[in-house]
Design a binder for this molecule. Sequence first.
Ligand SMILES: NC(=O)c1ccc[n+]([C@@H]2O[C@H](COP(=O)([O-])OP(=O)(O)OC[C@H]3O[C@@H](n4cnc5c(N)ncnc54)[C@H](OP(=O)(O)O)[C@@H]3O)[C@@H](O)[C@H]2O)c1
Length: 249
Amino acid sequence: MTSSARTNGGVALVTGGSRGIGAATAVRLAREGHDVAVTYVNGKDAAAEVVGAVERLGRRAVALRADAADPREAAGAVGRAVDELGGLDVLVNNAGVGLLGPVESLTLDDVDRVLAVNVRAVFLACQAAASRMGQGGRIITVGTCMTQRVPGPGGTLYATSKAALIGLTKALARELGPRGITANIVHPGPIDTDMNPADGPYAPGQAEMTALGRFGTTTEVAATVAYLAGAEAAYVTGAEFAVDGGHAA
Ligand SMILES: NC(=O)c1ccc[n+]([C@@H]2O[C@H](COP(=O)([O-])OP(=O)(O)OC[C@H]3O[C@@H](n4cnc5c(N)ncnc54)[C@H](OP(=O)(O)O)[C@@H]3O)[C@@H](O)[C@H]2O)c1
């Protein structure tokens, strides 16, 4: 009678899991019973701290250096996680770069880098995961509130990249649904991280844009990701989840 073979627990891969939303998600998924692989590029020590936090929760963990800007490394991280932890049940596409600026100021290199990290790497990781995940797998992608409502100028490249992930999510939901694999996207609002500190120069304006009048926390985003990764979300797919304090309201 059950609609999904999976229970909570299994193996999760969180890209960009050394800091911010990814680190909070890795720890939360461990709390839910998952073994966790995280990727990073520069934050070796930070990634090791996340591994330690997961292990203290009694789960296995591994940190993988894998630059999402490199297509081989982006795709290869999935296979490495499978090799290290013995399978893949949950893929969280979290690694991303935020590059804001007037559209005329953006260089071809800017465009290539943001699309490589925010779009191509996510596509390749999903592709690699699709060939390794079994019944009940979960693909959860981190988008942005700026795909729902762009609050001002400077977001053309970032919003373009993240909007592509909505199409990918819906198409994956259709393609992988027959195998019981779900694909969903979470759109954070302004979240207090290194990328977007709550005491930064643009923070007050961002907080004002939300209905709740404040920044969110990484754990508030991680909670929604954990829900989507869990057994209770078996009938949720192709959906967009705003965790944005009402930014889009
Ligand atoms: N914070 C916000 O307000 C906000 C709002 C909406 C959406 N988001 C999205 O949420 C996600 C996480 O953002 P965050 O605020 O937590 O960012 P963050 O604090 O800057 O952390 C970014 C994480 O991604 C990793 N990363 C960056 N470039 C990478 C690459 N080329 N390959 C692999 N990993 C890479 C970093 O690893 P190392 O530095 O350790 O190498 C780090 O672990 C991003 O997709 C972002 O677009 C954030």
